[in-house]
Design a protein around this ligand. Structure first.
Ligand code: FES
Length: 498
């Protein structure tokens, strides 16, 4: 019988996103059974995916590295002990299958002998049919012994099983892979799955979850003590364990902003990097034992000293929850902005409170995604796009950056790099030539005409989910425009960025 693979494993094997594979199945180009794919059908649908050809696989990794930076997505070997445990697991599987093969060979010999005995007892026609059947059986057995009979994807799957374990989260059905030395928690966060957790360091117990099946291994010591009764039921800390074999865990996944607790934590400035004379990139880092749990697109309050504070959207991905990025706009006369531009430096303390806000990715939607970032509205949009990429949904994405001027299109290479790396990512930049914080009078008409031009060029926008972010004035116009086109409120999402 042919080997069945989960969709995630099959997609990884041939180096495409899970979304792209789902599309192939929906288009009837490849059969699937209960969320699994037969390895022979997989090779038929992706005949180019031979054992030595890793180009697509490498390409997907490249996309992730470009999106998140090498710091976040590092492909490395698992730790030696985990590697040994995985090899041990595979060896056991191999031994079981070898025993079965031996058993089948004995059965085959018996079958041949029985058929030979029957042939002598039969008369002409039955005898001829039986001889025909014996010839067919012989041919099939010889074909199965040919070296080319082996599906190269089965070989590659064995290699991938050593490199990465597959984890399924119950009851939500989310799944992800554990790459390199990641813990179960790190693997989930990199894949954009917001599991419950607090410190990431084995102290709080909030990441406790039950292992339903599969083999795990403790890779970090933890101070939190799991009660004996729960240990016996299979509870472990996700931040301290990794997967050796494919694993099923029972753990709650945050489905909405209400599932994320309000947090207060100290951070230190890692860097303050000017992007142009009007914008800077602020990089804050949490202490090792504390992380900020948030959903992509949310914002926090930054507090400097006792008197300076500002609400800013997080411009980075929750998959790298220790490193928080912010795009700060120069606003003359605003004390917070003045301080950040003129005085904040490496090592300074900044308090973070939050997260807040409901502007998050609605990842169950099957529609294409359109993102429109006005000036510094790029901050929450960037976080949401990186999250969408980590989910590998396969839906097409179009990012429009609309700037008051060229400075409003800061970090221009980010969108270009995404468009270069992803087939389903499109990137357009536009400049209005007026301040998007003051869209009044004739400017309302010109902005509307710009949006209308975008829709005329891409009529599929009417069937997309629209994510808007930027200053209030531009945001209100854009929101009204898309609702005016007849899009329901449940498909137009807006984030106000001052
Ligand atoms: S997140 Fe705190 S113990 Fe795992």
């Amino acid at each position: 019988m042919s080997q069945l693979l989960s969709l995630s494993r099959a997609a990884r094997l041939v180096g495409v996103t899970r979304g792209a594979m789902q599309k192939k199945i929906q288009n009837g180009e490849m059969p699937s059974f209960d969320g699994t794919v037969n390895v022979d059908d997989l090779l038929a649908a992706y005949p180019g995916a031979q054992l030595e050809d890793n180009s697509e696989f490498d390409r997907v990794n490249y996309i992730k590295q470009r999106a998140f930076g090498k710091r976040v997505f590092e492909r490395a070997l698992p730790e030696a002990e985990v590697l040994a445990a995985r090899l041990n697991e595979l060896s056991r599987e191999l031994a079981t299958q070898q025993t079965q093969v031996k058993h089948f060979n004995v059965l085959l010999d018996r079958l041949r002998a029985k058929l030979g005995g029957l042939e002598e007892q039969f008369q002409d026609i039955e005898k001829a049919r039986l001889a025909e059947f014996r010839t067919w059986l012989k041919q099939e057995v010889s074909a199965a012994m040919e070296p080319g009979y082996l599906n190269p994807l089965s070989v590659r799957d064995s290699i991938l099983r050593v490199m990465a374990a597959h984890v399924t989260v119950l009851p939500s059905g989310h799944d992800f892979f554990i790459d390199g030395p990641d813990t179960l928690l790190e693997g989930a966060l990199r894949a954009g799955i917001p599991l419950n957790y607090g410190c990431s360091g084995g102290n709080c117990g909030m990441c406790k979850a039950r292992v339903v099946s599969g083999q795990i291994k403790k890779v970090r010591q933890h101070d939190y003590v799991i009660p004996e009764k729960e240990l016996n039921q299979g509870y472990v800390l996700l931040c301290s364990n990794t997967a050796v074999s494919d694993v099923e865990i029972e753990a709650p996944v945050a489905g909405s902003v209400q599932d994320i607790p309000f947090q207060q934590l100290p951070t230190k400035v890692k860097s303050v990097e000017p992007l142009n004379h009007d914008m800077l990139l602020l990089h804050l880092q949490t202490p090792r034992s504390t992380r900020l749990r948030f959903l992509a697109g949310q914002y926090v309050t930054l507090q400097i000293g006792k008197s300076l504070s500002a609400d800013l959207p997080i411009a980075s991905c929750p998959c790298d929850d220790r490193n928080l990025l912010f795009h700060v706009k120069r606003m003359p006369g605003n004390l917070f902005s003045d301080y950040v531009f003129d005085r904040l430096k490496h090592g300074d303390e900044v308090g973070v409170e939050g997260p807040q806000g409901e502007f998050i990715l609605h990842n169950k939607s099957p529609r294409p995604l359109v993102f429109i970032a006005f000036d510094n509205g790029f901050a929450p949009i960037r976080s949401v796009i990186e999250h969408a990429m980590s989910l590998e949904s396969g839906e097409s994405m179009h990012l429009y950056r609309i700037g008051s001027d060229m400075d409003g299109l800061y970090l221009p290479n980010v969108g270009r790099a995404w468009a270069d790396a992803l087939d389903n990512f499109h990137y357009t930049t536009l400049v209005t030539g007026y301040d998007l914080r003051a869209v009044t009078g004739r400017r309302e008409e010109t902005l509307k005409a710009m949006l209308q031009g975008m829709v005329s060029e891409h009529p599929e926008m009417r069937d997309s989910d629209i994510y808007l972010a930027g200053p209030e004035s531009a945001l209100n116009q854009a929101e009204a425009f898309f609702l005016g086109l007849g899009l329901p409120k449940t498909r137009v999402f807006a984030s106000l960025v001052k």
